[in-house]
Ligand binder design. Structure first.
Ligand code: 2HG
Ligand code: ZN
Length: 456
């Protein structure tokens, strides 16, 4: 503890000495994100216990002119919740209150620090489910997913996080609290301030609690890994499944190269005797067994080269592992990956996957390219391993290609500090000016997450 730092003294008053971390061995875990590309030293890390303490922390930081970086489970991939240097990291992990499930409304009120895994378990115990799910569920927190409008693997059925939020509480830059936790599905009184904060990446306020919509818990589930010759065939098969099968919960794309890496890194078994260029991973869920409906469509699909199907929990898990272990496998590679989370209109997806190898090779000769993602959402995760973390040639090239194809530079991970310099490629001057006006209205001194989302 640095006794000469008056801010630290005020923060200790707000949350107690145990929850203000200044020792580098304790702060390190909060200073670097999952990519290892985005890191910086925090002035300190503060761990408030509830909304009042978050407000007191923000007021103290505002008084001392200190910038604040809100952080959830620190599973971000774009430098949106790690410091650049000298900010106070406000970790929301202790706001982990799981409110009672309202089974009539099918809503639950939870704290920002609740992990997705804990929320899933909590909803299941009440006979319901939460519609957002992703590989980082054990660490990713509700607050972070709201702040980034996170997507994940079930968007084709339930939408992104935005579609789940029916109420929200947040601390604004001056320490005031806005609270709409009444759970009203219909309420059209003026500006929807909560909606404004969803996807604002901690730049307009710090989300502290939310009311979330829950969905029916569907017991009958089938997961299928479907081998195809390439992306155009994967899209044709997707169209066939969408038109012919009820209850599709996930439509994911992986390729041979990614599967090989996952198998080598995690020791998973090969899904098929003979490898295929690409695979669709499909999950279908319903109130009755979806197997026959799925089999009927697959039986008539000329694109299908091979299929592995599982209805039992461990079998489904084995198939999902081949998709979900991509991120950890890439993180374990020697170089720090350049990660892109892009979306394009479905019709241009084949052009994107066709042109990416050449574009990446041109910008980063010899680099390794791994592509996978949420095919049903037109959202691909493009990972490039090879170039130095500070070398942005491949960033320019990949994002330039995506924009040329009518796509977005951020489908679900957010802009963070990675992509502020590319914002103008996908938002007009008028839109950026309106965003800046909102930012200065709600955070005139630029206390909240400076350098994230909007360029400094
Ligand atoms: C996923 O879909 C995540 O698994 C991470 O969005 C993507 O590691 C990535 O590039
Ligand atoms: Zn994803």
């Amino acid at each position: 503890m640095n006794p000469s730092d008056d801010l630290v003294t005020d923060l200790v008053d707000a949350v107690g000495e145990r929850h203000v971390l200044t020792d580098p061995s304790l702060t390190a875990a909060y200073e670097s994100d999952w990519t290892r590309r985005w890191h910086g030293e925090a002035r300190c890390v503060v761990r408030p216990a509830d909304t009042d303490e978050v407000a007191a922390v923000v007021r103290a930081c505002a008084r001392h002119g200190a910038a604040v970086v809100p952080q959830g489970g620190n599973t971000g991939l774009v430098g949106g919740s790690t410091p650049r240097g000298g900010e106070v990291v406000v970790s929301l992990g202790r706001l982990d209150e799981l409110g009672e499930v309202d089974t009539l409304a099918a809503h639950v009120t939870v704290g920002a620090g609740v992990t997705l895994a804990a929320l899933h378990e909590h909803a299941a115990a009440a006979g319901l489910a939460y519609g957002v799910n992703m590989a980082s569920r054990d660490s990713a927190t509700v607050g972070g997913t709201v702040a980034t409008d996170a997507g994940g693997i079930r968007v084709v059925r339930y939408g992104t996080t935005r579609a789940q939020v029916v109420g929200l509480e947040a601390v604004l830059a001056d320490g005031s609290v806005i609270r709409r936790l009444d759970g009203l599905v219909k309420d059209t009184v003026g500006y929807d301030l909560g909606a404004l904060l969803i996807g604002s990446e901690g730049t307009l306020g710090i989300v502290t609690r939310v009311v979330l919509r829950l969905v029916p818990r569907l017991e009958h589930r089938v997961v299928a890994l479907l081998a195809v010759d390439g992306v155009p065939e994967a899209l044709q098969l997707y169209r066939r499944l969408r038109d012919g099968v009820d209850g599709i919960e996930a439509i994911e794309l992986i390729h041979h190269e990614g599967v090989e890496l996952v198998v080598a890194h995690t020791g998973a078994s090969q899904p098929f005797g003979t490898p295929h260029p690409s695979y669709l991973l499909v999950e279908v869920a319903g109130r009755s067994d979806p197997m026959d409906g799925l089999a009927a469509v697959l039986g008539d699909a000329p694109e299908l080269r091979d299929a592995a199907v599982a209805a039992d929990g461990p079998g489904r898990q084995r198939l999902w592992h081949l998709r979900e272990a991509h991120t950890e496998t890439i993180s374990a590679m020697d170089a720090v990956p350049h990660k892109f989370d892009v979306s394009v209109p479905l019709a241009t997806l084949p052009s994107l996957t066709d042109r990416l190898p050449e574009v990446v090779e041109g910008a980063a000769p010899g680099a390794r390219l791994i592509v996978f993602g949420h095919l049903g959402d037109g959202n691909l995760h493009v990972n490039v391993v090879g170039p130095d973390p500070d070398d942005t040639a491949v960033d320019d090239a990949v994002l330039g290609l995506v924009v040329e194809l009518g796509g977005s530079i951020s489908a679900e991970h957010g802009v963070g500090r990675h992509k502020t310099g590319y914002l103008h490629l996908v938002r007009s001057d008028a839109e950026i000016a309106a965003m800046r006006a909102l930012k200065s209205a709600l955070d005139p001194d630029g206390v909240l997450n400076p350098g994230v989302l909007l360029p400094l």
